[in-house]
Design a protein around this ligand. Structure first.
Ligand code: 4AD
Ligand code: MG
Length: 427
């Protein structure tokens, strides 16, 4: 008798074979002389029927939702069973009999988030987490294919990357440190040794915003490389994102269908992505009644309105320098414009920010001073411009925003197993 996973039974090659599976009771219904169990394991759910002639009939009746068990039986083709196959059960062995499971049908989002540790067992969360894992694999595959080196930057840092207002402080023995907002500055160090580098690491934002796209802890995909410009940067990102879309559609088709995801959205992403400047973005927003003036940052609503026009990922670039971070490079002949680019997608708006980094020591130091930052905090960063400076670019994509868009999730919260937001940090 073979111990198999549910997906192997559903694949259809085990008809009339004796099998054993292990898992948990997902649903249970009692009919006349028969107990219908839906059993789940990590790979799927399968209907299992136990007849009153079975020696383990009493055990089947005793089983509660989420009890763990192993069972043996014969695989039968059955049109009425979800997935087309069921197991006609001969023996059951109960591993852990569950108490009354608190999650039943039609529970509020709020409640499901409170019992996240249990809700993660749901088929929906199982599928999302698996696709998340696949997407991470596609990302690594892509970077490796371009000969990037994966590096591991620190999470404890001593100075802000993205501005003080979203910085989490913490006590580090008798010092004050912060949780990193982005690994960019460390990637910039590493390009001088490894040239093309990337990381997939947590970033932290003390962000009070309660929106469908904000977490306080998220996973950041960041790449950085030398001898390149804004065009290279946009081309790289559109290839990465379109590749992720195609690979996801290709490899996760069945799961996407089960989640009700619009797969054509993924297969119809066209490259090159549309590219508009910040100024052009404002012009497009004007007839839609925006209150923005040149120099204001785009808000979530503006980004969503723009994204509706394009209906797929696109770039907005050449932002006002004044709203960008100290490390952004400006055009030498137009110092008021930063070489900075965001990728936006429908419904979510911004999913990435990147740009060219200031590579001139004097200009960088001047910017640090003018922005009221402490030069001492960035001594090593300035050093990079002292010893063999090079033009270089990089970007950061929020993994959860990307997943939220790909999977049509209503809220970013469901793209990560244990979301951290202003109000959620338990479990
Ligand atoms: O736009 P941000 O702040 O840019 C940076 O951190 C750059 N240093 C990245 C780089 O060039 N290496 O953040 C980059 C991306 C955003 O576009 C968004 O997708 C995601 O990180 N992000 C968040 N995701 C979830 N919750 C939040 N609070 C986020 N803040 C940023
Ligand atoms: Mg940004």
């Amino acid at each position: 008798m073979a111990l198999v996973h549910v997906c192997e039974v559903l694949d259809g090659n085990l008809e009339d074979k004796n099998v054993a599976i292990r898992g948990w009771v997902y649903r249970k219904r009692e009919g006349k002389g028969v107990v219908f169990l839906v059993v789940r394991d990590s790979t799927g759910v399968i209907q299992c029927t136990v007849k009153n002639s079975s020696p383990d009939w009493e055990k089947a009746r005793l089983l509660t939702i989420e009890s763990s068990l192993s069972l043996k039986g014969v695989v039968k083709r059955d049109k009425r069973a979800p997935g087309g196959f069921e197991i006609s059960v001969e023996r059951i062995s109960i591993i852990g009999l569950a108490e009354v499971f608190p999650i039943s049908k039609d529970q509020s989002e709020q409640f499901l988030r409170d019992v996240r540790h249990l809700w993660l067992r749901s088929r929906r969360m199982n599928l999302i987490m698996k696709i998340r894992s696949d997407i991470l694999e596609f990302i690594r595959e892509f970077f490796a294919g371009k000969n990037f080196v994966e590096v591991s930057p620190p999470m404890f840092i001593s100075a802000a990357v993205e501005g003080g207002s979203t910085l989490f402080g913490l006590k580090y023995f008798d010092q004050n440190l912060y949780l990193t907002q982005s690994s960019q500055l460390y990637l910039e160090i590493l390009i001088y040794s490894l040239e093309k580098v990337y990381c997939i690491a947590p970033s932290f934002r003390a962000e009070k915003s309660r929106t469908i796209r904000h977490l306080t802890e998220y996973w950041h995909i960041e790449g950085e490389w030398p001898f390149s410009d804004m065009n290279d940067l946009m081309a790289f990102q559109e290839e990465l994102v379109s590749q992720i879309c195609l690979r996801t559609a290709e490899k996760c088709g069945r799961q996407l269908e089960e989640l009700g995801v619009n797969i054509s959205k993924l297969t119809s992403v066209e490259t090159p992505f549309p590219r508009i400047t910040y100024t052009e973005a404002l012009q497009k927003l004007q007839p839609l009644g925006t209150k923005l003036n040149w120099g204001d940052d785009l808000g979530y609503e503006d980004e969503k309105s723009l994204a509706e026009i394009f209906g797929q990922p696109f770039f907005v670039y050449d932002y006002p320098a004044a709203i960008k971070a100290f490390y952004c490079k400006n055009y030498r002949d137009r110092p008021e414009i930063a070489m900075s680019v965001d990728m936006l997608v429908p419904r979510i708006g911004e999913i990435s920010t990147g740009g060219a980094r200031e590579d001139d020591k004097e200009i960088l130091v001047d910017r640090i001073r003018k922005m009221g930052l402490d030069e001492k905090d960035y001594d090593w960063y300035v050093d990079l411009r002292r010893y063999g400076t090079v033009p270089h670019v990089g970007f950061g994509i929020g993994l959860e925003r990307l997943i939220t868009w790909i999977l049509d999730l209503e809220n970013i919260i469901d793209s990560i197993p244990f979301p951290r937001t202003t109000r959620r940090f338990h479990p």
